[in-house]
Write a protein that binds this ligand. Structure first.
Ligand SMILES: [Zn+2]
Length: 222
């Protein structure tokens, strides 16, 4: 048995999205991003999607059990050799519920990959982002355009997304610290935590993750 059952997490702005995209290229593992998964279910009007839509139209959160059912369906149809889960669990309660379901099927998580970064780094990264309406992205400090506020590539004005404003980012960070950060201890106690320094360059983080996954794969074969 050499399946790699992975969960990827970290604060906003630590580079999780970039690493997920690279890991999807490297490893032939189904990528289960819960946000996309929910959208697909709703768009295809599946039974679970219709149930989820009802909660959402009432302004309620989609219950954990429903999300877990969707995840397990993905794992069972595509994840024989493993999976890369992103976006869930976001709390210890959710992690416990999910691991119960995974274990009920005689499987277990191989590792929880944490891409960490301190609040200052994250705030600087996110609040400095500017983009044009064609999707070209800059950073006021790390990758500034030649002329302030104007896209080098298409000449359109550069603006900041509402989601990238300091207040919004601080709020997301607060939620992360309160709800999701306890997962670090949770997975560490279970010997599953693998930590990556998200303040390093994307290529360095990627190399480190690849080396770690290669080792995990070897260990799983033993
Ligand atoms: Zn542009």
């Amino acid at each position: 048995m050499s399946e790699l059952n992975l969960f990827l997490f970290g604060p906003p702005g630590a580079g999780k999205g970039t690493q997920a995209a690279r890991l999807r290229e490297d490893f032939d593992l189904p990528y289960i991003a819960t946000g996309d998964m929910l959208r697909e279910h709703r768009a295809n009007e599946t039974e679970l999607g219709t149930q989820a839509a009802e909660y959402m139209s009432n302004g309620d959160l989609v219950p954990d059990e429903l999300v877990i059912e969707m995840i397990m369906e993905e794992i069972e149809t595509k994840g024989d050799d493993g999976f890369l889960l992103d976006g869930f669990p976001r709390s210890v309660g959710q992690a416990e519920a999910l691991s119960d379901e995974i274990e009920r099927r005689g499987r277990r998580l191989t590792a929880a990959l944490l891409i960490s970064a301190d609040d200052d780094t994250v705030l600087t990264r996110i609040t400095g982002r500017r983009g044009c309406s064609n999707g070209h992205v800059y950073h006021v400090e790390f990758d500034p355009p030649k002329h302030e506020g104007v896209c080098d590539q298409c000449g359109k004005p550069l603006t900041q997304r509402d989601d990238d404003q300091a207040e919004v980012v601080s709020k997301r960070l607060k939620t992360y610290h309160q709800q999701t950060e306890p997962l670090i201890d949770y997975y560490e106690e279970r010997g599953l935590l693998r930590r990556f320094d998200g303040t390093r360059s994307p290529t360095e983080v990627h190399d480190h993750i690849r080396a770690t996954l290669a080792t995990l794969r070897l260990e799983e074969r033993l």
